[in-house]
Write a protein that binds this ligand. Sequence first.
Ligand code: F6P
Length: 343
Amino acid sequence: MACFGLLTGGGDCPGLNAAIRAAVRTGIPAGDSFLGFRYGWAGVLSGEAIELTVERTAGILPRGGTILGTSRTNPFAGEAGGSAAVRASLQRLGVDALIAIGGEDTLGVALRLHEDGIRTVGVPKTIDNDLGGTDVTFGFQTAVQIVTDAIDRLHTTAESHDRVIVCEVMGRHAGWIATYAGIAGGAAEVLVPEEPFDIEVICANLTRRHARGHYASVVVVAEGATPKAGTLVVASGDLDAFGHARLGGIGNLLAAEIEKRTGFETRATILGHIQRGGTPTAFDRVLATRFGVAAIDCAHDGAFGQMVALQGGAIVRVPLSAAVAELKTVDPDLVAVAEVFYN
Ligand code: F6P
């Protein structure tokens, strides 16, 4: 019997509510109680929280977003107070342990708190799928489906007008969404942060393709894709509390360059937060539910400083330190599959 504090941090993604519901539904019959912190670490610091009950979490399984709200607040940034401030807040509210649902930043904070003696368990989420230690994060598959549907739609309009359409998708450090959706949607090119692109090569590929009778092409670019040094100038964005640049805009730049260099009429579509909104796929609902159940089992076993994860189809526990040690980037074999269709 324990009081668990639950929070969702970083960018939202489909499946967060499913994970919250699963944790609550696992813990309450065992005699646990739950406080849901509002807006990620901001709520932990301020103490803004709501009691989570079976009734309060009813009906949220298919809903996108997070009923708790989220933010990119970093308790270790500036004057936020770090572990001492978190500990004081948890003691005041009678919280025994924290279940942190998040990506690399949120779980990086959970790790530091654990190292300072605060009990934490991590649950991995992010549409970017770039967290280590787990084969996949929930939110990713839903985002891939949204982008694939968008590419299908872009194909029919591109074909009607004989155009190139550049589709910019999320993925700041890793091109998982771009690669999966690019393969699923039949993209002519997929540009990812892992491999700096050469605009000359892209234009040559498109020109060759169109010379063979294709008059329409969809180019998928991850927002974090960068040109090879010295080939194109890209503007950099503002930084958030974790030091990440706010991205978005490479699609417009690419579309202008492709049109200028090939003479093909080119448009850009930036999918942006459409990729993060709406209902989770069945796969993400099930994965988030398995993670929510496993997180409470983990806390009941006293296995703190761990993250629940999916490995080879099984739910396992990995140390938070291993999960956040390095970003999981796209497997080169998968990039090679996308490349087969560039000619
Ligand atoms: O971390 C997930 C993510 O969706 C990234 O792909 C993207 O760069 C970022 O969040 C956007 O963040 P925000 O919602 O703050 O604009």
